[in-house]
Design a protein around this ligand. Structure first.
Ligand code: ATP
Ligand code: MG
Ligand code: FE
Length: 350
């Protein structure tokens, strides 16, 4: 089926079109620049930007796919999790589009969408797989046994998301938003072993309760204290060493937990997704550990790793292929939608 997917959970307005597992179009408008001066995504600004961007993005996606709306078989939209106001714009637009065109509507889970993006790859991963999703809003470790039927949350961050940590540490170092690419640049030539920053929840005492959880706020505070101390002592802050050492701590925690899950569950497959996967060290170190531990690693192209509409369309197409009924119109934006709810057909209970 030809499915059009709409994604507005954060600061990217995404409209993607797929035919089954073939990508036809993936158009993204980001309001990231508007959030730069605040150092993070401002929900109200994001929602307003979605309103402005949605219609042009939809038109651009249809043009890129070279099809008319008539030729679309179904519409898929992100119901959650994400920013409420931002999600509502996409949900409202998708409902209007579905009612106006008479097309079936599938409301889907954003996080599972990140995993679903991989079905568009030339050699998609097999299930079951472990999936690590790392972005500005999420740090989640999942076991995906069946994309449309069985997704379980192994662990997630108990405070800041990994991307958020990059953004906050960049700010501490006087670098602009978004911090991820800036830290990557600043770390060039830096010594990753120069400063031993803390690895959150990697202590043996955390091996039980927080075995698969993450924590990055202590790391951020440690970097802030280290920089403050250097400044107070009148020393020049070695930005490259701090950036490289911070990045190493994040990468070490993320990958140690992800590969631990592969080993514990006997699932030698790992899929990465989310904006932080753009990080040079994440990719390099993940490849190295995968090779040494006999794990098949999949990293979708970056345009499918960051928030986009194609992944939502792809998940919708998988639901249709599995014979699922449409969601109907009685669903809403659910900012805290659990990852176990892959398709949504009810209003949030909170
Ligand atoms: P959501 O959490 O809903 O997926 P998001 O907009 O935060 O939304 P993305 O757009 O996928 O998610 O990712 C943005 C995040 O990725 C930012 O926090 C940014 O700093 C981080 N990021 C981008 N490039 C890099 C990089 N090279 N290294 C580390 N982090 C990066
Ligand atoms: Mg984003
Ligand atoms: Fe996302």
């Amino acid at each position: 089926p030809v499915v059009l997917g709409i994604e507005t959970s954060c600061d990217e307005t995404g409209v993607g079109i797929v035919r089954g597992t073939t990508l036809l179009a993936n158009v993204i408008a980001s309001s990231m620049d508007e959030h730069a001066r605040y150092g993070g995504v401002v929900p109200e600004v994001a929602a307003r930007a979605h309103l402005e961007a949605l219609t042009p993005t939809l038109d651009a996606a249809l043009a890129e796919a070279g099809i008319a709306l008539d030729e679309v078989d179904a519409i898929a939209v992100t119901s959650g999790p994400g920013l409420s106001g931002a999600l509502m714009v996409g949900v409202g637009a998708a409902k209007a589009l579905a009612v106006g065109s008479g097309k079936p509507l599938y409301a889907v889970n954003h996080l599972v969408g990140h995993v679903g993006a991989d079905v568009l790859a030339d050699e998609p991963i097999e299930f079951p797989t472990i999936a690590l999703l790392v972005s500005g809003g999420h740090t989640s470790l999942l076991v995906v046994r069946d994309l449309v039927d069985d997704v379980e949350l192994l662990g997630e961050t108990i405070d800041d998301a990994a991307g958020e940590a990059f953004d906050k540490v960049a700010r501490i170092l006087g670098l602009p938003y978004p911090g991820g690419p800036q830290i990557d640049k600043a770390a060039v030539g830096g010594d990753p072993t120069a400063i031993r920053f803390p690895r959150g929840l990697l202590h043996p005492k955390d091996a039980e309760k927080h075995r698969y959880d993450f924590s990055f706020s202590g790391l951020k505070t440690a970097v802030a204290r280290w920089v403050e101390r250097a400044e107070d002592a009148g020393e020049a802050v070695p930005v490259a060493d701090v950036a490289a050492s911070f990045r190493e701590a994040v990468v070490d925690v993320l990958l140690t937990k992800a590969f631990r899950a592969c080993a514990d569950l006997g699932i030698p497959r790992l899929l990465l997704g989310g904006g932080v996967v753009a990080n040079a060290r994440v990719r390099e170190e993940a490849a190295a550990r995968a090779a040494s531990q006999g794990v098949t690693l999949r990293i979708p192209p970056l345009s499918l790793c960051t928030d986009n509409g194609a992944m939502i369309a792809a998940l919708g197409a998988q639901l249709i292929a599995a014979g699922r009924a449409p969601s109907g119109l009685v669903f809403g934006a659910d900012s805290t939608l659990p990852v176990t709810e892959i398709q949504v057909d009810r209003l949030p209970s909170h």
